[in-house]
Design a protein. Structure first.
Length: 294
C-alpha cells in the first residue's frame, strides 16, 4: 500500500472524485480515527489520540510540495500561538508529497517522510507542531486523502469540523466556536446544520514557484492535469455568472471552475527555468508557455 499511496503523480482529474466524496468521510459528531504519528522535530512516535487526550486539535493535512500549505503556514502559526494558552493545539500532519519532483521525490521509507517534514519545518520556519503520518498514509486515507484538508477534533476524540481546503480564518472561527460551546457548561444546547461554500484566493505565481522547487516533473504534471481538466466542464459558468471563454485556461476542482491564468500547453514550459536552483528562490521568474510569471 505504501508504494501505491506514495507514487504521487497528480491524477488528470485533479482528485475531483476525492473532493466530491469528502462529505461522506467522517462527519461532525463521529468518533475521530486514531493512528500513529512521528514528531518531525524529535523523531519520537506518538498517536493522534495522545494529542486529543489533553487538547482540542486543529489539524491541517499537508506537505512540503503543497503550495496552499506553504501559503497558509504563517497564518496557522499565528493562530497556534493565540490558541495554545486555551488548550487548543494547531498542528500539521505531514502526508505524501502533493507534487513530488526531482528535488522532492516520493517517500520510500518512513525515515524519508520524517526527513521531508523536518526539512519543511526548517524551510518555512514553522513554529507549530508537525507530525509525519505513517508511510502508507494511514491517517490521510481515513480522513479523506485530500492534499490540504482541515479538521477540528474535540478533546476526547469527537469530530467537530471538517473542510476540504485549509482556510486559516475559518479554522480560527471553528476553534472559537468550540471553545464557546465548551464554556456553556451544563446549559442545554441544540445542534444545527450549516452549509457554506467559502472561497480561498489562488496565487498561481506562488504555486509555480513552489512546483519549480520540487522539480520540472512537478511543473509538467501540474500543467498536464490543468490541460486535461479543460473540456466540457470549462464551459460551466464561473462564480459571478461569466462563462469561461473557449480556449481560456481553467481548473476544475470539486465541480468549481476557476481561471488558472496559466497556459495549458506544456510545449512552452521553460525547463531551464524550473531546473535552475535560482528558480527555487522566491521572486525568481518561472516561464510557462512563453509567459513570464514572477
Amino acid at each position: 500500500m505504501g508504494d501505491d499511496y506514495n507514487q504521487g503523480a497528480l491524477p488528470p482529474d485533479l482528485d475531483e472524485p476525492l473532493f466530491e466524496g469528502f462529505s461522506e468521510v467522517l462527519r461532525p459528531g463521529d468518533r475521530a480515527v486514531d493512528g500513529p504519528l512521528v514528531d518531525a522535530r524529535t523523531g519520537e512516535p506518538t498517536t493522534l489520540a495522545a494529542l486529543w487526550a489533553g487538547d482540542h486539535l486543529v489539524v491541517e493535512f499537508g506537505s512540503g510540495t503543497c503550495p496552499p500549505s506553504h501559503a497558509a503556514s504563517p497564518a496557522l502559526d499565528a493562530i497556534a500561538a493565540d490558541l495554545a494558552p486555551r488548550s487548543v493545539q494547531v498542528l500539521l500532519i505531514y502526508v505524501r508529497e502533493a507534487h513530488p519532483g526531482e528535488h522532492r521525490p516520493p517517500h520510500r521509507t518512513l525515515q524519508d517522510k520524517v526527513r521531508a517534514a523536518r526539512r519543511t519545518v526548517d524551510a518555512w520556519g514553522i513554529e507549530r507542531p508537525v507530525y509525519a503520518d505513517a508511510l502508507d498514509g494511514y491517517l490521510h486515507r481515513h480522513y479523506g486523502l485530500l492534499p490540504h484538508m482541515a479538521w477540528v477534533i474535540e478533546r476526547g476524540g469527537r469530530v467537530a469540523f471538517k473542510a476540504s481546503w485549509t482556510d486559516p480564518r475559518l479554522l480560527r472561527t471553528a476553534a472559537e466556536q468550540l471553545l464557546y460551546e465548551e464554556a456553556l457548561g451544563d446549559v442545554r444546547t441544540r445542534a444545527y446544520q450549516v452549509e457554506w461554500q467559502p472561497r480561498l484566493p489562488v496565487d498561481d505565481e506562488a504555486t509555480l514557484r513552489d512546483l519549480a522547487a520540487s522539480g520540472p516533473s512537478a511543473v509538467r504534471q501540474y500543467l498536464e492535469a490543468v490541460r486535461t481538466a479543460r473540456g466540457p466542464a470549462a464551459a460551466r459558468p464561473r462564480p459571478g455568472g461569466r462563462p469561461t471563454a473557449a480556449g481560456e485556461p481553467s481548473v476544475t476542482v470539486a465541480g468549481q471552475v476557476g481561471d488558472a491564468r496559466i497556459a495549458g500547453s506544456l510545449a512552452g514550459v521553460d525547463e531551464r527555468a524550473v531546473r535552475s536552483p535560482r528558480a527555487r528562490n522566491r521572486g525568481t521568474p518561472v516561464a510557462v508557455a512563453g509567459h513570464r510569471v514572477a
